[in-house]
Design a protein. Structure first.
Length: 204
């Protein structure tokens, strides 16, 4: 994945960021007031599509009131109150919320139900910065999919093993993490009947 800061004359707010999103290929985030362009590799995109399709199948099968998309930007805040614009690989949003403003941009200021980040070379963003911001926003469920085992040994063990981490927010607004590897079935609060193992995800 390639990450390229796009220099602007001023530090942008989230609203300014949404209005100034470039048209070029790639995803974009607002990080410390600057637009950052993200170009994922094909394997990354293949995995994102697999998970997105799996979630959509589950929504359709159980007639769940969710909207699943990889094109949603979310406003988050850092510990010091700075606005950020994050673009998860996958977002699962309450469909009623999504449809309440049909002419608005595909950007959210409310927390989605679930977000997925597929880890790339900037793994600290997913494990540290986004984790903190998503917890602060109150996103109930956050997946980190480290299919290339890029994170540190503190997370992945020694030797490092590809892992799916699921963070579920508790009654105190704090994430509780479960790590899934091999043939462990992933337990999701959003999709409680999901029949998916870590191996099925990581071997796509």
């Amino acid at each position: 994945m390639t990450i390229t800061p796009i220099k602007t004359k001023q530090l942008l707010s989230f609203e300014q960021f949404v209005k100034q999103l470039p048209d070029e290929e790639g995803r974009y985030e607002l990080v410390n007031g600057e637009i950052v362009r993200i170009l994922p590799i094909r394997l990354h995109e293949t995995l994102a599509e697999f998970l997105s399709d799996t979630f959509k199948d589950e929504v359709k099968r159980l007639k769940l009131n969710y909207w699943v998309s990889g094109r949603i930007v979310i406003r988050t805040f850092t510990a010091n109150g700075k606005e950020q614009g994050r673009h998860p690989d996958i977002s699962v949003v309450d469909k009623t919320l999504w449809e309440s403003q049909p002419f608005a941009y595909s950007a959210l200021t409310e927390p989605p139900q679930l977000v997925v980040e597929i880890v790339s070379t900037n793994w600290e963003d997913d494990y540290i910065d986004k984790l903190d911001e998503y917890q602060r926003l109150g996103i109930p469920e956050y997946w980190i999919v480290d299919y290339l085992a890029l994170g540190s040994r503190n997370y992945l063990g020694n030797p490092k093993v590809p892992t799916v981490f699921v963070y579920l927010i508790d009654e105190n607004g704090v994430y509780q993490m479960t790590a899934y590897q091999g043939n462990n079935r992933i337990i999701s609060r959003t999709f409680p009947e999901l029949a998916l193992t870590a191996e099925q995800v990581l071997d796509v």
